[in-house]
Design a protein around this ligand. Structure first.
Ligand code: ADP
Ligand code: 5GP
Length: 223
């Protein structure tokens, strides 16, 4: 059982990781997020709110909570949002409550958010955030993935490619950068990042008690 899991009664809780994945649209972060959520029961998705229209393949409450603009403004004014941004002409935001509860219970949370949102999370919770930027192998491949996805109009695709310029330029704001050429290999690397971050010393609060017990036993054996 992972350290920090609430049902491991003896181990003290660690705070969950805020695992942030960003990329220009079409680079593959939704595909990678989906694989990670299927593969790892210890991480849950932060379901964002958005004012963008639902795509045919999307389910309300699963991929996003689709809301109207007045509702977005109400949530923002009430302080219900952890971060928010305007991306490709629509509002997107992370509702605060589920995230704070999950982190406090030692559960890791996956965020599929843009660069503006990532920088806002850094401001208030930098030590909890592990950020990964996904690059496409080439612009030709990015374009063809956006077209193959076939869920956005040509206008929307063009707008997303324009935004990609400012997004790719921010790659140095991220802790890790992966090139999504082969999906399986990229997913493997993404998992390695999460595994290594979970093993960081400060994320294993049971270590002081364990090492103390090991040293005590060692002294007994050696005396
Ligand atoms: P994003 O969430 O970053 O906008 P998606 O995950 O929706 O991008 O990926 C865009 C399209 O590219 C999808 O059809 C997806 O299945 C496909 N895709 C993702 N990664 C790869 C890859 N490594 N090779 C080929 N196609 C990919
Ligand atoms: P899409 O419309 O393709 O689902 O998402 C467009 C962009 O908005 C992506 O870069 C995605 O990561 C980002 N995004 C999705 N949800 C949020 C959110 O809650 N906050 C922020 N800041 N960006 C988000």
């Amino acid at each position: 059982m992972a350290p920090g899991h609430p049902s491991s009664t003896q181990a003290p809780l660690r705070r969950g990781i805020m695992f942030v994945i960003s990329s220009p649209s079409g680079a593959g972060k939704s595909a990678l997020s989906r694989l990670l959520l299927q593969d790892d029961p210890e991480i849950r998705l932060s379901v964002s709110v958005t004012t963008r229209p639902r795509r045919p393949s999307e389910v309300h409450g699963v991929h996003y909570h689709f809301i109207d603009v007045p509702t977005f403004h109400q949530m923002r004014e009430r302080g219900d949002l952890l971060e928010w941004a305007e991306v490709h002409g629509n509002f997107y935001a992370t509702p605060r409550q589920l995230v704070e509860q999950a982190l406090g219970e030692g559960r890791d949370v996956l965020f599929d958010i843009d660069v503006q949102g990532t920088l806002q999370l850094y401001e208030c919770m930098r030590e909890d955030v592990v950020s990964v930027f996904i690059l496409p192998p080439s612009i030709a491949e990015l374009q063809s993935r956006l077209k193959r996805r076939a869920e956005d109009s040509d206008d929307v695709i063009l707008r997303r490619l324009r935004t990609a310029e400012t997004e790719i330029a921010r790659w140095q704001d991220y802790d890790f950068v992966l090139v999504n050429d082969d999906l399986e290999r990229c997913f493997h690397d993404l998992k390695q990042v999460l595994v290594a971050e979970r093993l960081k010393r400060h994320r294993q609060p049971h270590l002081p008690a364990l090492t103390e017990a090991l040293l005590k036993d060692l002294r007994t054996v050696l005396s």
